[in-house]
Design a protein around this ligand. Structure first.
Ligand code: AHR
Length: 511
């Protein structure tokens, strides 16, 4: 029997809703086909955006969307993507398969997509092959309300009013595809580019510096030392971190649905590494920013496998199984636990690319098991992380030992949400939950469960989906229930009005 103690009195950090952020890049069918089909498509759309996809994204309350890359960002010249579509330049997408990029999805289309989803835009500007002037003009084009060359151009292109843009990335992976820079070189570039990203009117930019890959602590140290502060004031709002889970090696990747138990456990052991990466990068950041004014944005994460058979290797199209849903739960739990420092995270990538929420084929759409995890975790957005303690033992094989359970518990507006995953592909786990400071009358449960390779297809789109979970038993100290193998359970409850926490009441008041 595993044990979980939830201390509802122990309020920890607020879980920024942006931890549930998404990322979409100009890769393969990530944007074209997957999201944007143009206005004259037979696929139902509003202003070119697929209604089915937008509807699904609204349901999970996507808070923020990062665009246009990724590596594409440091290759992208925003002026190519504004103005009459028929006049937009066709370019080669040299990072992702050398396909023709017709620039029909540009700034106006991205802002329209965010409007329809109801999320904040997070735009990543071009440092690697762009100029300071180009980035500065883009900010002015998007956000300046008044008379200026860029505001005039925006109005001519059909949008007289400025948009609100908060999240602004200053380059992407500038240690690699974003210019092969050294940390100090990037830090110096960052300082220059950042200076000309201005706050116009009421708009306030939240600037995110391009951070490290995995455990490249030298990068974090060099960038923080060079660029974190300017004139004794914080000069960035967050630094990013990219970490993809790869159970095998990059040269010998396996497909999402073709794996054995050792791959499964190894994949999770590597996913759990996210915790160490966050802690160590944050320790270094603290040396240069002791007051923690600068957050960490894990703006690319996910499980990266071999592409599906018969698809273009550069399009990075992969299936998503229950293993990936559990992996997403593990990563989100880590971000939630570190929500005092992690201000944002972005799953790579939202539709049809790498670890997706949604797959499309022509007019069809399927939701991956990972999508359903984001649905179950929606209630943690902007909620207060609560103190908790779990005793659950380890699972795995000789090579990879991992915790058997992963969980988050939070509170928002008097409603408590527990999400807990059983990572074992074979064993059920009985969980006894002790609640400190709450004695709910009722519990509502939902569950996502499948075997580890379970997934949804266009022929069978509802194979893996959320069901009601009614196996929760009330106990004197809380609740208990059985978690089947490979499952994510969400339990919601609220405090009863009549509950008096005896331990907290002065003696004289006790009945
Ligand atoms: O998400 C795919 C690619 O992975 C991104 O373009 C890049 O930033 C990262 O290396």
């Amino acid at each position: 029997m595993a044990k979980l103690v939830i201390n509802t009195w122990e309020k920890k950090s607020k879980i920024s809703k942006e931890i549930y952020g998404q990322f979409s890049e100009h890769i393969g069918r990530g944007i074209y086909e997957g999201i944007f089909v143009k206005e004259d498509s037979p696929i139902p759309n509003v202003n070119g955006m697929r209604c089915d996809v937008v509807g699904a994204l609204q349901k999970i309350k996507v808070p923020v969307l990062r665009w246009p890359g990724g590596c594409f960002a440091d290759y992208y010249h925003w002026r190519d993507g504004v103005g009459p579509r028929e006049k937009r330049k066709k370019i080669v997408n040299a990072n992702w398969g050398g396909t023709v990029e017709d620039n029909s999805f540009g700034t106006h289309e991205f802002m329209e997509l965010c409007r329809q989803i109801g999320c904040e835009p997070y735009i990543c500007g071009n440092v690697g092959s762009g100029t300071v002037e180009e980035m500065s003009d883009w900010v002015e084009y998007l956000t300046f309300d008044g008379e200026s060359p860029m505001a005039k151009l925006r109005a001519e292109n059909g949008h007289p009013a400025p948009w609100k843009v908060r999240y602004w990335g200053v380059g992407n992976e500038n240690w690699g595809c974003g210019g092969n820079m050294t940390p100090v070189q990037y830090g110096q570039e960052y300082r220059r580019y950042r200076t000309f990203c201005r706050n116009y009117g009421q708009n306030r930019l939240f600037c995110i510096a391009g951070g490290a890959d995995v455990a490249d602590y030298q990068w974090t140290r060099g960038v923080m030392e060079t660029a974190a502060y300017a004139k004794s004031r914080p000069n960035m709002d967050a630094l990013s971190l990219h970490y993809y889970t790869q159970p095998n090696t990059w040269e010998h990747k396996k497909r999402a649905t073709e794996f054995e138990l050792p791959d499964y456990y190894r994949g999770f052991a590597r996913a759990f590494r996210m915790e160490e990466l966050i802690v160590r990068h944050c320790e270094i950041m603290s040396q240069y920013d002791p007051e923690h004014k600068i957050g960490l944005a894990v703006d690319e994460w996910g499980a990266w496998y071999e592409v599906e058979r018969g698809t273009n290797p550069a399009f990075l199209y992969q299936q998503g199984t229950m293993r990936d849903a559990l992996l997403a739960a593990v990563q989100l739990d880590i971000f939630n636990r570190h929500s005092d420092r992690v201000v944002m995270a972005n799953l790579a990538q939202m539709v049809n690319v790498i670890h997706s929420l949604i797959l499309t084929e022509g007019s069809q759409m399927v939701l991956t098991p990972t999508y359903h995890v984001f649905e179950l975790y929606r209630e943690h957005q902007d909620a207060q992380l609560l103190g908790s303690w779990i005793e659950a033992g380890e699972i795995g094989d000789g090579e990879s030992r991992i915790p058997g359970l992963s969980h988050t518990v939070s509170e928002k507006d008097g409603q408590y949400t527990l999400t807990v995953s059983n990572l074992s592909p074979v064993e059920s786990v009985e969980l006894d939950c002790y609640l400190l400071g709450a004695a709910p009358e009722t519990y509502q449960g939902r569950i996502l469960q499948a075997d580890m390779v379970g997934h949804n297809t266009f022929e069978n789109p509802d194979q893996v989906r959320i069901h009601a979970f009614d196996g929760i038993g009330k106990t004197a100290s809380g609740m208990k229930f059985c978690l089947p193998p490979c499952s994510v359970v969400q339990i919601r409850f609220s405090q009863t009005a009549a509950f008096i926490p005896v331990g907290n009441v002065p003696d004289g008041c006790k009945a």
